[in-house]
Design a protein around this ligand. Sequence first.
Ligand SMILES: Cc1cc2nc3c(=O)[nH]c(=O)nc-3n(C[C@H](O)[C@H](O)[C@H](O)COP(=O)(O)OP(=O)(O)OC[C@H]3O[C@@H](n4cnc5c(N)ncnc54)[C@H](O)[C@@H]3O)c2cc1C
Ligand code: SF4
Length: 493
Amino acid sequence: MNKRNVFRFLDEPREMPQRIPLALRTAGDWNELYGRFDQGEAALQSSRCLDCGNPYCEAKCPVHNYIPNWLRLVEEGRILEAAALCHETNPLPEMCGRVCPQDRLCEGACTLNDGFGAVTIGAVEKYIVDTAFAEGWRPDLSKVVATGKRVAVVGAGPAGLSCAERLARHGIDAVVFDRYEQIGGLLQFGIPSFKLDKSVIATRREVLEDMGVQFRLGVEIGRDVGLDALLEEYDAVFLGLGAYRYTDGGLPGQDLDGVLPALPFLVQNGRVVTGLEPEGRPIAGWEDRVAVPDLRDRRVVVLGGGDTGMDCVRSAIRLGAAAVTCVYRRDEANMPGSAREVANAREEGVSFLFNRQPLAVEAGADGGVAGVRVVETRLGTPDAHGRSRPEPVPGSESTVAADVVVIAFGFSPETPDWLLANGVETAGNGRILAGGEGRLPYQTAHPRLFAGGDAVRGADLVVTAVQEGRDAAAAIARLLHAGQPRRAALDAA
Ligand SMILES: Cc1cc2nc3c(=O)[nH]c(=O)nc-3n(C[C@H](O)[C@H](O)[C@H](O)COP(=O)(O)OP(=O)(O)OC[C@H]3O[C@@H](n4cnc5c(N)ncnc54)[C@H](O)[C@@H]3O)c2cc1C
Ligand code: SF4
């Protein structure tokens, strides 16, 4: 092998794949913003890796990808081997390569991030898997021994899909149920196509089906099929239900026409953009707000600074809004949204009002929205999570003019009654309690029920849901291979 030039980063700057030109984006282009590297570009960017020997990038990546190793394979043009290595740690690498907030995960920890520009890890991960799939590569299951065991997976989001993928590698038949007609969870019905093209999810579905994973879509557990029936038919059940309960800011005026909850707004747009029928499924408390609003020439204010807020502001730009403002109660450094997405939003024309706490949505003479009353904040003592609490500055109130307000304060899990009836325990905030002393990882109080992703952690990230689905599958495999295959014995345990 040729000796590597470990100082390549001195001559070659960090480059991301080309982006869709700004003029097209602001004119309503919903295509994936970042294009793809070609082999030469991917190899060049990979060659910037220092191979530090103590890869902080791997440590910071929640699934602990073997990053320097697959960068080296790309440099050498060995893409199919790189794809196999990516999948050893990550069941959905093409999704994570696209939507992970790399600036605070792998790339944020890259040694070169300190002055030279981090290696473009996410874009290379996307390149590897897209290229391998296009060349017909598929995970090799030729050495897998079928166990005859069957597991039901409830929820086809990243947690459920990752669990199913790993179960297939353990020789366990996985049947995935979802109330939606497509797989992906928030990847499909939440994250807009300018961050993740939906054809990527369709390809992953084909790959999973080739691996033997089965899907039962349009089926809601607890309504169409009971949990008892799943426990009767399957050896174990994994719950990847997500987190869909709105954080209610209790703002006066939030019931006005022209105030929209973030997720239905994004979901309806996503459905229209991808050619699906807008859905009629109401969200509790917002039953009348499911239509796609006409934002042309309107002033839109989005309340909240997380990923959801960023997706809303950038969607509003593509829907032709006259002005889009994001109002956030802390400063920019404390924003939960990815810094890369904030930069993209700014470039697309979004204004940011930091250190402003919304107090009320104000009505105009016509009964619609006229603006949002806000108060300035300064950051005070840290809260239980170590984040500075925003404290209102007396006498600093003002109004931000608006025709439409989108509320993006975040989500938390809500454990359904049918789970509680089966002895599953929850934390006070609706999170399913899984793992802990005397249990396998991700095992709930019911020995054959496992859970992971947002339903267990609270609203978080795709990659953490992937990690939990992956590790829950390993725990389920341990349970089912542990010499206790009889369900009655397991229930009695
Ligand atoms: C707008 C938005 C943008 C985001 N952007 C990013 C981002 O850029 N990067 C990032 O890393 N994270 C992002 N996130 C967070 C990320 O999407 C979630 O953390 C992740 O999807 C959680 O995965 P999950 O599998 O736990 O749940 P979900 O993706 O929510 O999937 C849960 C699935 O379970 C199904 N389900 C629930 N109950 C039932 C039932 N009873 N019967 C049948 N099916 C059921 C649901 O229909 C859904 O398909 C974003 C979130 C939102 C809302
Ligand atoms: S999974 Fe996410 S954090 Fe890990 S290497 Fe890929 S992009 Fe980075």
